[in-house]
Every structure is written in structure tokens, then in C-alpha cells.
Design a protein around this ligand. Structure first.
Ligand code: NAD
Length: 387
């Protein structure tokens, strides 16, 4: 990560890492600093030295904490690898102890004003599995969610997923740099940066993507777009393939999206209609994409949060430049996204309701999303209290 430029500075000294961070804060410079050590030691240091943290999360591999994803505090990485192979039971005990302390430190920082969120790695579930039932809202089990939000609840949900913005992907199958550059330019031209701040962010992202040299492998790009934007870009790309501007292009998306994933610890955690433990959206997304003719469809398990914790419906679509593909795109791209917006609208999220209403107007000839009837909360409370 350091060599690729994601991390600007690295150190194995807590004092150095923290002093760099404070200097950067003082001079208001953006900087990514890696402390090469255990997170629990870092949190302990911050508490001991009374250092304020605005935002805090965790991205250890907590979807598999007992299989090497989480390194317990107090042992070296080499010792962790030896224990994993030779004494797995003892390793589990150490992981649990470390996660308990990890959570205790987060609570201390939270009480001092830090905003903590789960990054979608099943951290809070791992804390629960380590024996801390106090991490659950109902103090007993995760069915009602956890005391700290997943980042989808407060951040990605209202700002992006409710509108349908999610990680749309493409891959230039020719493997040529010039094809990727041509698609970047075409995608940028499909976005109106004045529409919303999200569009401005996406526009800037794709405009600068080539310059920032973010591609580490195949000639692929990922770009947040809503249903309308994804369809517009997909049709433009298919036209470019048809006209011989680029070779064939494969579309897809991350499982971490508006539609497609049921995940009580991430994408649909604490969804406000109380359906966090339901798993039918992914199946419907997958089935609808198959029926509409996507080239590749998948119904799979475990994306991001671990096996057994999520169901994901995914797709891949090869753009070969044909009119047939245009027809499939027009039917399937909106389905793939709006299924999630519809559900979020039924959860009464205001931005999802307005996005569904707008969709109904634009697609009134062919589609209709049923909308929730918003009862007056005061009347409902009054009536239920009277009973
Ligand atoms: N929210 C998302 O969209 C999203 C995306 C990708 C991955 N994830 C999830 O995030 C987690 C991390 O993904 P990744 O691809 O970076 O995994 P990774 O295994 O490559 O990286 C995790 C890192 O955490 C380090 N680590 C483990 N225990 C530690 C400890 N106690 N202190 C300090 N460091 C410790 C490991 O050494 C490793 O370098 C996974 O659970 C993954 O499923 C979430």
C-alpha cells in the first residue's frame, strides 16, 4: 500500500505516528499515515495521551477473525501465525480477549466525543461473538442491530444508496489503455456535475482517475452512478463498441450497492422498515437480471461481511455493440438499481421516496414503483397509546 501510494508515511512508533497526525491536523494537510502495529495498542495510546479522534472505524478482516483475519493484541504477527497452525483453541481465546479490549477502548473514545462506525467488516458482530452482548441494542442478540451504526446507516445510505448511487464497474476486455481512457472520457461526458454534489464528486473522480493511476491490474474502472447515469453510460459504451471506438466492454458492479445485497450487518443494517434480517432482495435482483437477459448472473453469499452473513445478487453484462444488448440494458440496469431504492423508499427514507417518484414519472410508460403511504406519526402514537 505504501509503494502504491495509498499510504503517505509509515512507522512502527506510536509516538511518531501520532505526532505526524497532530502536525498534519495543525497545518490542515491531507495525509495517510500507517502505524505498523496492533490497533488495540494504538487506541490505548490515544486514550492514555488524551488525544481527540473525530472519526474512527476498523478494517481488520473481522469476517474471519478466528482464521487469521484479526491479530490479537500482545503477540507478534509471527507468533499469531504459529498459534493459528499449532494451537487454534488458544488463538481463539486471545482473539476474544483482544476484541473485548478493543471494544472497551472504542467506547471510552466514543464517550470523549469520537464518532465510531462499523466499516462493513463485521467488526461489531465479531465483538458480539467474542462474548460482548452489550454491543447489541437489545443487550442480548444482534437481531435489533448494534449500538454503533454501520457506515451505510448514517453515511452511504442517505447520501448515496437512497438515490441509487452505487459502484458501477466496467472492464475493457481488449486490455488496452486507450480503451480505458476513451471510456473514462465518455463516462465523464454523460455526467452533469451541476445536478447534485454527488454528481460533481463522480465527475471529478472519473476525470482524474487516469491521472491518479489507480488501476492495479486489468483495465477496469469503478464509478459511483445512479440508475439513470448507469444506463446512460452503458448505452454510450455499447454505441462505442458498435462504432469500433473500443473493443468489447464488460459491465458489472460491486455487491456493496443500493440493490442486490441483503446484509444485516452492512448494506441493510437497521433498515428502518425493520426488514434487516430479510434476504429476498438479492434473490429478486438476481432472478430479475436473469429474466432480462444479463450475460452473467450470480446469487452468492458472504460478500464483505463473511459467509453466512449476507446474500448477494450480482451480474455481468458483455457489451458487444448489438441492438439486442441495448434492449437488455434498458430493461435490466434500472431493475438492478431501483429494486434497492424501492426497498429504501418503503423504509420511508425521504431521498429514496423522491427518487422512486422521479423514476415513476420518467418511466411512466413502462414501470411503476409502489410508494409507501406515510401515516402521521402523532396520530399513530396517539392511537396506539390510547389502546
Ligand atoms: N466496506 C467495504 O466496502 C469493504 C470493502 C472491502 C473489504 N471490506 C472488509 O474489510 C475487511 C478488510 O479487508 P481487506 O481487503 O483490507 O483485508 P486484508 O486482510 O487485506 O487486511 C486486513 C489487515 O488488517 C491487519 N490486522 C488484523 N488484525 C489487526 C490488528 N489487531 N491490529 C492491526 N492490524 C490488524 C492485517 O494484518 C491485514 O493487513 C474485511 O473484513 C473485508 O471483508 C469491506
Amino acid at each position: 500500500r505504501y509503494e502504491q501510494g495509498w499510504v503517505s508515511r509509515k512507522t512502527d512508533s506510536l509516538a511518531e505516528a501520532v505526532s505526524w497526525a497532530l502536525q498534519m491536523q495543525e497545518s490542515k494537510e491531507a495525509c495517510s499515515i500507517a502505524y505498523h502495529g496492533n490497533i488495540v495498542d494504538l487506541l490505548s495510546y490515544l486514550i492514555e495521551h488524551n488525544i481527540h479522534v473525530d472519526l474512527l472505524s476498523d478494517q481488520t478482516s473481522c469476517h474471519v477473525p478466528y482464521d487469521g483475519g484479526y491479530c490479537p493484541q500482545g503477540i507478534s504477527f509471527e507468533e499469531r501465525t504459529r498459534l493459528l497452525a499449532e494451537d487454534h483453541d488458544y488463538f481463539r481465546v486471545l482473539v476474544d480477549k483482544s476484541l473485548q479490549k478493543h471494544f472497551e477502548y472504542i467506547k471510552i473514545l466514543h464517550d470523549r466525543g469520537t464518532y465510531f462506525f462499523d466499516y462493513g467488516n463485521s467488526f461489531l458482530k465479531a465483538v458480539y461473538d467474542a462474548g460482548v452482548s452489550g454491543v447489541c441494542k437489545n443487550k442480548d442478540n444482534p437481531a435489533d442491530g448494534f449500538i454503533f451504526p454501520s457506515y451505510v446507516e448514517d453515511i452511504l445510505g442517505p447520501h448515496l444508496f437512497d438515490y441509487g448511487y452505487g459502484p458501477f464497474r466496467w472492464c475493457c476486455l481488449s486490455g488496452k489503455d486507450e480503451d480505458l481512457a476513451a471510456t473514462d472520457k465518455a463516462a465523464m461526458e454523460c455526467i452533469d456535475p451541476e445536478r447534485r454534489y454527488q454528481d460533481r464528486d463522480n465527475y471529478n473522480w472519473v476525470r482524474d482517475a487516469g491521472k491518479n493511476n489507480l488501476v492495479v491490474g486489468t483495465k477496469c474502472r469503478i464509478l459511483y452512478q445512479d440508475a439513470k447515469g448507469r444506463l446512460k453510460i452503458a448505452l454510450k459504451f455499447n454505441e462505442m463498441v458498435r462504432e469500433g471506438v473500443t473493443g468489447p466492454i464488460m459491465l458489472g458492479r460491486d455487491h456493496h450497492d443500493t440493490g442486490g445485497t441483503d446484509s444485516p450487518f452492512r448494506e441493510t443494517s437497521n433498515i428502518k422498515d425493520g426488514s434487516n434480517i430479510m434476504a429476498d432482495m438479492a434473490t429478486q435482483c438476481f432472478a430479475g437480471n436473469s429474466a432480462r437477459g444479463m450475460s452473467l448472473v450470480s446469487l452468492h453469499n458472504g460478500g464483505g461481511t463473511g459467509i453466512g452473513n449476507a446474500i448477494n445478487g450480482g451480474f455481468g453484462m458483455v457489451l458487444d455493440g448489438s441492438e439486442r444488448v441495448d434492449t437488455i440494458l434498458k430493461m435490466s440496469m434500472p431493475w438492478d438499481v431501483m429494486i434497492g431504492v424501492a426497498r429504501r423508499s418503503w423504509a420511508r427514507n425521504p431521498n429514496a421516496i423522491s427518487t422512486a417518484e422521479e423514476y415513476n414519472q420518467i418511466r411512466s410508460e413502462t414501470d411503476y414503483i409502489t410508494l409507501p403511504y406515510l401515516a402521521d406519526e402523532e396520530i399513530v402514537t396517539g392511537l396506539t397509546e390510547k389502546d
